[in-house]
Design a protein around this ligand. Sequence first.
Ligand SMILES: *[C@@H]1O[C@H](CO)[C@@H](O)[C@H](O)[C@H]1NC(C)=O
Ligand SMILES: *[C@@H]1O[C@H](CO)[C@@H](O)[C@H](O)[C@H]1NC(C)=O
Ligand SMILES: *[C@@H]1O[C@H](CO)[C@@H](O)[C@H](O)[C@H]1NC(C)=O
Length: 422
Amino acid sequence: MDYTITILWLVLSAAALATGQYEVEPNKAMESVFEAQNLELAFPSPGERERVLSEGLYDPNSVIPIDVDVYYKHGDPTPSIFVTIPRFAKGVPYSLAYVTNEARPNGTLLQAYPSYEWHKSHGADCNGLTSVYRTQIDECGRMWVLDSGEIDFVHYCPPQLYAIDLESGQVVHHYRMPERLYKRNVSRFVTPTIELDSHNCDVGFVYMADSIGDGIVVYDVAAQQSWRIENKFTYPHPDFGTFTIAGDSFQLWDGTVSITLTPHALGVKQRMMYFHSLSSDWQMAIPLDVVNNGSNWKLNDVSAALDQFIVLGKRGSQCVAAAMSETGMLLCGLVSPASILAWNTRTPYTHQNLVMLIEDERNLQFTSGLKIVRNHEGKEEIWALSNRLQKAFGSGGLDYKEINFRIQKCGVQELLNGRPCY
Ligand SMILES: *[C@@H]1O[C@H](CO)[C@@H](O)[C@H](O)[C@H]1NC(C)=O
Ligand SMILES: *[C@@H]1O[C@H](CO)[C@@H](O)[C@H](O)[C@H]1NC(C)=O
Ligand SMILES: *[C@@H]1O[C@H](CO)[C@@H](O)[C@H](O)[C@H]1NC(C)=O
């Protein structure tokens, strides 16, 4: 882009932001599914709870949920709801859990998934789970669990990926990342994005975002081969390292956090991979066939296929999680103002085409989990997890007298068409 145009664009973006000039839908609220002041964790026994508390393996102030995932069994209107609790630090007894029906004083009780055993080694057993930031459930009813392998930036284990069949609870795929594709004690793999062949659940790709190592690892599931993409577009941007939410500011210096794909249903010839860095306002894209061809990506070659990357536009604030609807609407959890932002991928990425579907500074503080799932009737729903990370990571810490963690949902069509969520 021409330098003067860039400057003009930045000025326009800043002006648009200052006056709140995204297109705004009528003020709406999502439907609340889960609220907690703090996470209430179930343990195999009261004795085990005491043990982890006394050994520093459980600190109630360290359990911060990041992602939500939802699974509807065919025909069953009551979904299973999963949350991830990364081990940012020691003090997290388990890193992946599901929401039970049991109400407790701090919030609804959570139970370890697949089981407590999977988590209890805290990095000593690399076949277990060390730290999970996000998951994705595919259309074949399997949960892909991306394990970063590190706790507080010490890699106890290599990053790994498990696919677990949600009906049987069986592991159906396992991939351990080779040493050359991650940076020891630096990388943090936070988001898996799954792309499956429409006829074969065992053929496809997994794209894994390394937000601190600033790259993307592509894994060809059938061939069991992988490669790494890393260049200036997968990095953070200095103008967007400060996050301000509801008046509180904190620093994050994170690269690629989210990856979505042109939906098959659009039937377009050239599908794209859409991605963005957390500490940046650039929305990026690259043709998916370029990403999926391993011979394009030589290790440590920061100029590999560089001319294929497209800066679609700059939105003026950071987006955390993102999700794509079957109709090609890219949704993301915008930081300032706290909202769900939508963009129709068939239009230019300009401010006129960015629509704030819900702006809710009370209920949407730091939306780190965002999923579009199909319910029991095949209808698309958006699910969001928000967590007040700015307070958890800030100097004051969380105020446990208020609701800190929320899971909310809405029908995608209801949200897009300005109809009530419930
Ligand atoms: C509720 O949360 C507070 C704040 O972290 C914590 O001190 C307390 O132990 C929690 N209670 C239970 C039963 O987990
Ligand atoms: C990673 O950190 C651990 C703990 O500080 C240290 O023992 C190990 O040598 C580090 N490894 C690398 C490759 O930096
Ligand atoms: C993959 O890319 C290479 C160039 O890097 C090209 O020669 C080859 O034809 C591509 N393969 C496919 C299947 O597109």
